[in-house]
Write a protein that binds this ligand. Structure first.
Ligand code: DX5
Ligand code: ZN
Length: 213
C-alpha cells in the first residue's frame, strides 16, 4: 500500500517542519487539499503555500483539487510540477479535455469521485487516467468517519480498472486508519490518504508503517 498523508491535519504554523517530518517518516506522496470555498464549504491554500510545501517535501506531491474552476487551478499549479493533480468529476463539464491538459504539463492525471458517484462514470476515461481517487468521506474537512460503502465501490472500480488500464492506481481518501486499512487492501486500494490518523498518532513513522499493509 502506498501512503499519502494529508497536510490538512498538519500544524499550519509549522508547515515546512511537518512536511519534512512525514517525508522522513516514510510516506510515498504528500497529499495537498486545495479547497475554494465554493465546491466545498471550506477554504485552504493556493499556489504560494503549495510552492513552500513542494520546497520542503522530499517526496512527490499529490494535489487534490476541490474547486469549481478546475482549469484555472490546474494552470496555477502546473509550474509546481506535482506528481498528480486530481479533480472532481462532479465539478467538471469536460473531464476528458482536462485530463489531456494536465498530462500536457507532464503531470499525472487523476479524477476524484464523491461518495455518491458511480465508478462506471469513469469507465471510458480509464485508459487516459493515471489514478482514480474515491472519497470515503464528503470532501471539505479532515477528521470525518469512513463511509463503509466505498469498499464495494473499490471492488467494482477494480474490475473496470483491471480490464481497461491496470496501470491506473486506485486511491482512497477520508477516515482511513489502522482500523480499516486491511479491508481497503482486500477491496483493491493501491494508495491511501490519511490526515488525522497520521498527525494525531504519537509517532508519524509508526502511523505510516501501520498503513503499509
Ligand atoms: C477531505 C480531504 C482529505 C482529508 C482527510 O476533504 O480530501 O484529504 O484531509 O482527512 P482524514 O484522514 O482526517 O479523514
Ligand atoms: Zn484529499
Amino acid at each position: 500500500m502506498l501512503v499519502a498523508p494529508s497536510i490538512l491535519s498538519a500544524d499550519f504554523g509549522h508547515l515546512a517542519r511537518d512536511v519534512q517530518a512525514i517525508c522522513e517518516a516514510g510516506c510515498d506522496f504528500v497529499h495537498v487539499d486545495v479547497m475554494d470555498g465554493h465546491f466545498v464549504p471550506n477554504l485552504t491554500i493556493g499556489p504560494v503555500v503549495v510552492k513552500s510545501i513542494a520546497k520542503a517535501a522530499s517526496k512527490p506531491l499529490d494535489i487534490h483539487l476541490m474547486v469549481e474552476n478546475n482549469t484555472f487551478f490546474v494552470e496555477l499549479f502546473a509550474d509546481i510540477q506535482p506528481e498528480y493533480i486530481s479533480f472532481h468529476l462532479e465539478s467538471e463539464k469536460h473531464p476528458h479535455r482536462l485530463i489531456q491538459k494536465i498530462k500536457s504539463y507532464g503531470i499525472k492525471a487523476s479524477i476524484v469521485l464523491n461518495p455518491h458517484t458511480l465508478p462506471e462514470e469513469v469507465e471510458f476515461l480509464l485508459e487516459d487516467l493515471d489514478m482514480i481517487l474515491l472519497m470515503s468521506v464528503n470532501p471539505g474537512f479532515g477528521g470525518q468517519s469512513f463511509i463503509p460503502t466505498v469498499l464495494e465501490k473499490i471492488q467494482r472500480l477494480k474490475k473496470l480498472r483491471d480490464a481497461r488500464n491496470p496501470n491506473c492506481l486506485i486511491e482512497v481518501d477520508g477516515g482511513v486508519s489502522d482500523k480499516n486499512i486491511q479491508a481497503l487492501k482486500e477491496a483493491g486500494a493501491d494508495v491511501v490518504v490519511a490526515g488525522s490518523y497520521v498527525f494525531k498518532h504519537a509517532s508519524l513513522k509508526e502511523a505510516i508503517a501501520s498503513l503499509k499493509v
